[in-house]
Design a protein around this ligand. Structure first.
Ligand SMILES: CC(=O)N[C@H](C=O)[C@@H](O)[C@H](O)[C@H](O)CO
Ligand SMILES: CC(=O)C(=O)O
Length: 304
């Protein structure tokens, strides 16, 4: 039986941490993990989109997870995203994640080739079978993966007792309602789009996993707390500020993750840049990061 409480709350997506040469920095990973533990988040989503997983080798992804676990095991809920292009590599990461004692593994659908539903189910079940004692979370992100979760596919996947939930990054919050209704009371459904955090919660999401949480965890934690308490008006005020901050971050020429790491750099946390082909910071982007950082500080001072 899943302990749904483990997934109730704010789970930042972990960023890739590089040294000055652009290699994975184990020290950076540990420092960033400690930083987020100190902020009071519920857990971490490691090796997902925000973790730049698709640009990392299997060995690099293991190194990241090992260093996160060294700091966070036993004090945070850890969800390791393990999907690679091939089932073979994904299974290797799944088994590795289980050996480290993560709470759950997660997987996007197979990318590039749009496989039929039975091919997607086989991929997910093969990955899950490589971590036979670990919860499995389906990652639905149709706008990037190119294929979407459907109710028939979810029904098929729920024959696997390890499938405990969906991380839903599609834009309709209606999808959250559908997965939750199909899965039942104890089924975990995590909100993806940070711009709709409180709407996802209102539709019944268990909690959220998001790419921008790590630059402003205080705001997401406060919004979550207010939604739990039924204080929707104040939660909405925070959500509005969160959205304005995200729009500011997205004004930059550089990739969102590069800008968010610039924000964290300004707060004393050096996590490096982003791996190519993601565009790094361009002219004027430092200013945008500084403006976003000031907006974050002001919102924290106002609400937290
Ligand atoms: C498409 C995508 O990456 N979605 C992320 C996960 O659901 C979000 O957390 C975004 O990073 C966030 O909403 C910013 O747009
Ligand atoms: C943002 C997110 O959900 C990810 O990193 O996959």
């Amino acid at each position: 039986m899943t302990d749904i409480k483990k997934y109730q709350g704010v789970i930042p997506a972990f960023y890739a941490c590089y040294d000055e040469k652009g290699e994975i920095s184990p020290e950076g990973v540990r420092m960033f993990t400690r930083h987020l533990i100190n902020k009071g988040v519920k857990g971490l989503y490691v090796g997902g989109s925000s973790g730049e997983c698709i640009y990392h080798s299997v060995a690099e992804r293991k190194l990241v997870l090992e260093n996160v676990m060294a700091e966070a095991k036993g004090c945070l809920t850890i969800i390791a995203h393990v999907a690679c292009n091939s089932t073979r590599d994904s299974r290797e990461l799944a088994a590795h994640a289980e050996s480290l004692g993560v709470d759950a593994i997660a997987s996007i659908p197979p990318i590039y080739f749009h496989l039929p539903p039975y091919g997607i189910a086989a991929y997910w079940n093969d990955i899950s079978a490589a971590a036979p004692n670990t919860d499995f979370i389906i990652y639905n992100i149709p706008q990037l993966a190119g294929v979407a979760l459907t109710i028939p596919l979810l029904r098929e996947m729920r024959k696997n007792p390890r499938v405990i939930g969906v991380k839903n990054s599609s834009m309709p919050t209606q999808d959250i309602q559908m997965w939750k209704d199909e899965g039942g009371e104890d089924f975990v459904v995590m909100n993806g789009p940070d711009e709709q955090f409180i709407s996802g919660l209102a539709m019944g999401a268990t909690g959220g996993i998001g790419g921008t949480y790590a630059v402003m965890p205080e705001l997401f934690l406060k919004a979550y707390e207010l939604m739990e308490a039924g204080e929707v008006a104040q939660a909405r005020a925070i959500q509005n500020d969160i959205c304005r901050i995200i729009y500011k971050l997205c004004e930059a020429h550089g990739n969102l993750y590069a800008v968010m790491k610039a924000v964290l750099r300004g707060k004393g946390l050096e996590l490096g840049g982003v791996r190519e082909p993601l565009p790094g910071l361009g002219e004027g982007d430092e200013d945008i990061a500084a403006q976003a950082s000031a907006m974050i500080d002001a919102a924290i001072a106002k609400y937290c």
